[in-house]
Design a protein around this ligand. Structure first.
Ligand code: PEP
Ligand code: MN
Length: 364
């Protein structure tokens, strides 16, 4: 696949590529006032949502066609190119009718191949850039599949946006970044422009700067940031939106590295390696947690059968086996034994917890 989203905006000459604007178009005045503000900033695209995919019903679901008229008027006055989210063929038709310059497909839409295909079909023969967000679930193939559906219908001006992933376990992020996924997309499609949406990853203002910096350090091509004239009163995503003044401050604080200079490439490679290391550490801890779950099961068994927690022969067997495995895997025997000494301590601690827990029944 060959992509050239930025044939209209030669990204190399004005890095980073910036998209900004409110989460939602709320009124003609709101759209116009923020577009006037953003006109003074180095942005390439003015964003505003008119169809809002909300998690719960009875929230503000966007101004629809009316909102497109406000965006069109703002473009007329400021000259800023515009982009909206489309989630159906009729959205595509209306966005084109009101002269929207770029379309984006949202994270919730991206989980449905049927919907993405229907949008792709509506785009056949249309010459418009499309930006494809990642699906809410961390599935790189689904993301790539969505990109392919659009591409196969003749849209070559494409880019991807990383907006984080929804996970059941809660974290400080609204949507976990899981940086390894967009980096894998970049590895597979080095020419596909990759942008980051720190607003939806972070879900709050405080995280915007560190997330934006991280994205640039990882050599992302640009950022999409939600900017609103009075963020606290926003009808959607109030906590993550910022004023144009804060947006300027954020841009000023960003360290923009020379992209092709050797040191920036080295830096981003280092960052990528660190992300992989972090991922491996997470796996180690998950595996350790799983091991302790089994230690507890053994603890229950020992309690039920009146067996002592510490069994020296078993521990000797483990030590012999671990020494052998350490040598086989080219690891220092000494260090590995120290690690296992701690693992053994934690295992005994867990089993003791079970042993003295009155809720676990013991041998009569
Ligand atoms: C948005 O950009 O306003 C939006 C709804 O984003 P996402 O699809 O990433 O949730
Ligand atoms: Mn939003």
């Amino acid at each position: 696949m060959q992509f050239n989203l930025f044939s209209k905006w030669p990204i190399k000459s004005s890095y980073p590529f910036l998209m900004a604007g409110p989460c939602s178009a709320e009124s003609a005045e709101q759209v116009l006032s923020i577009a006037r503000e953003l006109k003074k900033k180095p942005i390439h695209l003015f964003r505003a949502g008119v169809w809002k995919p909300r998690t719960r019903p009875n929230s503000f679901e966007g101004a629809g066609e009316e909102g497109l008229k406000w965006i069109h008027a703002a473009k007329d006055e400021t000259g800023l190119p515009t982009t909206v989210e489309v989630a159906s063929p009729s959205h595509v038709e209306l966005a084109l009718k009101y002269g929207i310059d770029v379309l984006w497909i949202g994270a919730r839409t991206m989980v449905s191949p049927f919907t993405v295909q229907s949008i792709a079909d509506a785009l056949r023969g249309v010459d418009i850039p499309v930006i494809v967000k990642n699906p809410v679930n961390p599935d790189i193939d689904l993301w790539i599949g969505g990109i392919e559906r659009i591409y196969n219908n003749g849209i070559t001006q494409l880019a991807a946006i990383h907006r984080g992933f929804s996970t059941y376990d809660k974290s400080k992020y609204r949507n976990k970044p899981l940086w390894e996924i967009p980096l894998e997309l970049k590895r597979r499609f080095p020419d596909l422009p990759l942008l980051c949406d720190p607003s939806h990853i972070g879900g709050n203002r405080e995280l915007l700067l560190p997330l934006s910096q991280k994205a640039l350090d990882l050599n992302f091509d640009g950022l999409m940031i939600e900017v609103h004239p009075s963020p606290d009163e926003a009808l959607s995503d109030a906590q993550q939106q910022i004023t144009s003044k804060v947006f300027s401050e954020l841009l000023n604080q960003l360290v923009i590295r020379k992209r092709n200079a050797e040191d920036s490439v080295a830096y981003s490679s280092l960052e990528e390696l660190r992300i992989i290391i972090d991922k491996i550490d997470e796996h180690i801890l998950e595996t350790l947690n799983e091991r302790m779950t089994y230690a507890e099961k053994i603890g229950v068994f020992k309690k039920e059968n009146g067996i002592a927690i510490f069994q020296p022969e078993r521990w000797n067997d483990i030590v012999t086996r671990v020494k052998f495995l350490a040598t086989e895997k080219n690891l220092s025997e000494d260090i590995v034994l120290k690690i296992f000494d701690y693992i053994q301590k934690e295992s005994i601690r867990k089993q003791s917890g079970v042993m003295y827990d009155s809720k676990v029944k013991s041998e009569k």
